[in-house]
Design a protein around this ligand. Structure first.
Ligand code: UDX
Length: 447
């Protein structure tokens, strides 16, 4: 919305949220998310044609176009728990819009939704007690975190699904202010919704595919980065999204694949469901494989050993930790009674602690006394990478932050126990250089 406001100074954009403290953050100089370049975009438009408030009703009444951008987490209860999307928040939004609207509104679903949700939204809107009328469009977002501003400024494509040509045209008119018309694709609503799930499933599949090969490389002596380069130069395969890693994370990949799996099962397509589910199975395996390799390499025990964790976010240039591979790896190492010293340039101590506490909750939401003790006595969160490695037995690189590439590794080594192990879950450090300094380096997809 900030980008639309920036690019279309004559269009008033009103962002509303029921969470007053979140709104206050958007109105301050400390935005609630870290995203390179976003502060500037917000500051350019805020107070001109971009406002943030809790006046949900007022904003609905005045708007021509209404974007529903609430979260659609995986259901944790009831039918489809662990797979299906929880559409509670979307439905609540639609009901609120139905109550407050007059005249004609175009409602745009921006949240990622399983196919055929637009139909549900349309039915709720049509049951409005007022005499308002509605068109519903699907407009999934393809930006990636860490590069959001660039992705929004110059997207590969914008996708708009809708039945009403007038409504579609209204939204096309907004985007075409800065995006070439040929990059704005229009489809029917279901294709648009399904395309978002499919795009994320294909991207995640590439990562799981290269990660599967990384296991084979480790066993055979091939180098996964060389394999990735060799296959990526085939123009039919292409070079992007072939970086072997400790596993993919983020709010979208796993959630969207599980949604796709649920959808396939719902339609009785068991083999299709299993096919896609394997992408998530492989990712879980990759994360587990990484933590087991650490334990195995460190003489089959990490109990009471200090392990520096470099990076906790699910990728660089974001403070988002949702589904981060670091969570699983830290959990596994804590279960082995390792002592973790965690450093991430953007993730706060409070965030790290609450995420790790979350991972130890049982089905009833209770953290056992044993896990509480581990969290209290075995987790330290520090504010620089050198402190993290001081008297450590090993370093695990879990996020590919640029700053990790230019640290004084001699200084790091001097502070560590020997053998000084490095487990590079992102293959960003130079193994030859580190080995010559005296580290013992283990990276992904190399023997
Ligand atoms: C993704 C999609 O890219 C985006 O289009 C969609 O709108 C939302 O989901 P995002 O989750 O922000 O975006 O990050 P992305 O860059 O796709 O990375 C996802 C995960 O895959 C990260 O953990 C990343 O580290 C990992 N990854 C990515 C790899 O391990 N290897 C790669 O080659 C690429």
């Amino acid at each position: 919305m900030a980008m639309i406001a920036k690019q279309c100074p004559d269009i008033p954009v009103h962002v509303v949220d029921v969470n007053a403290s979140r709104v206050a953050q958007w109105n301050s100089s400390e935005l609630p998310v870290y995203e390179p370049g976003l502060q500037e975009v917000v500051e350019e438009a805020r107070g001109r044609n971009l406002t943030f408030s809790t006046d949900v009703e007022g904003a609905i009444r005045e708007a021509n176009l209404i974007f529903i951008s609430v979260n659609t987490p995986t259901k944790t209860f009831g039918v489809g728990a662990g797979r299906a999307a929880n559409l509670e928040f979307v439905e609540k939004c639609a009901r609120r819009i139905a109550e407050c609207s007059t005249g004609h509104k175009v409602v745009v679903e921006k949240s990622t939704l399983p196919v055929r949700t637009a139909e549900a939204i349309a039915r709720i809107l049509q049951s409005s007690a007022t005499n308002a009328t509605f068109d519903v469009l699907s407009n999934p977002e393809f930006l990636a975190e860490g590069t959001a501003v660039q992705d929004l400024l110059n997207p590969d494509r914008v996708l708009i699904g809708g039945e009403s040509p007038q409504a579609v045209e209204q939204l096309v008119a907004v985007y075409s202010r800065w995006i070439p018309r040929e990059k704005i694709l229009t489809t029917n609503v279901w294709s648009s919704e399904l395309s978002k799930l499919t795009a994320n499933a294909f991207l995640a599949q590439r990562v799981s595919s290269i990660n599967a090969i990384s296991a084979l490389c480790e066993a055979t002596g091939a180098n996964v980065d060389e394999v990735a380069r060799a296959i990526g130069t085939d123009s039919r395969i292409g070079p992007k999204f072939l970086k072997a890693s400790v596993g993919f994370g983020g709010s979208c990949f796993q959630k969207d694949i599980l949604n796709l799996v649920y959808l396939c099962e719902h339609f009785g397509l068991t083999e299709v469901a299993k096919y896609w589910e394997q992408v998530v199975v492989m990712n879980d395996y990759q994360k587990r494989r990484f933590s087991s390799r650490i334990v195995r390499t460190m003489f089959h025990t990490v109990s009471d050993k200090k392990i520096a964790i470099w990076g906790f976010a699910f990728k660089k240039d974001t403070n988002d930790t949702r589904e981060s591979a670091a969570i699983t790896v830290c959990r596994d190492l804590l279960e082995e009674h390792a002592r973790l010293t965690i450093y991430d340039p953007r993730v706060s101590e409070q965030q790290v602690r609450s995420v790790l506490e979350g991972v130890f909750k049982d089905a009833a939401g209770v953290v056992s006394e044993r896990h509480r003790q581990l969290l209290r006595d075995h987790v330290t969160v520090v504010s620089d990478p050198y402190t993290a490695t001081d008297r450590a037995h090993a370093i695990a690189v879990l996020t590919e932050w640029d700053e990790f590439k230019s640290l004084d590794m001699q200084r790091v080594l001097d502070g560590m126990h020997r053998p000084a192990f490095v487990f590079d879950g992102r293959n960003i450090l130079d193994p030859a250089r580190l080995t010559s300094l005296g580290f013992e380096v283990h990276s992904i997809g190399r023997a």
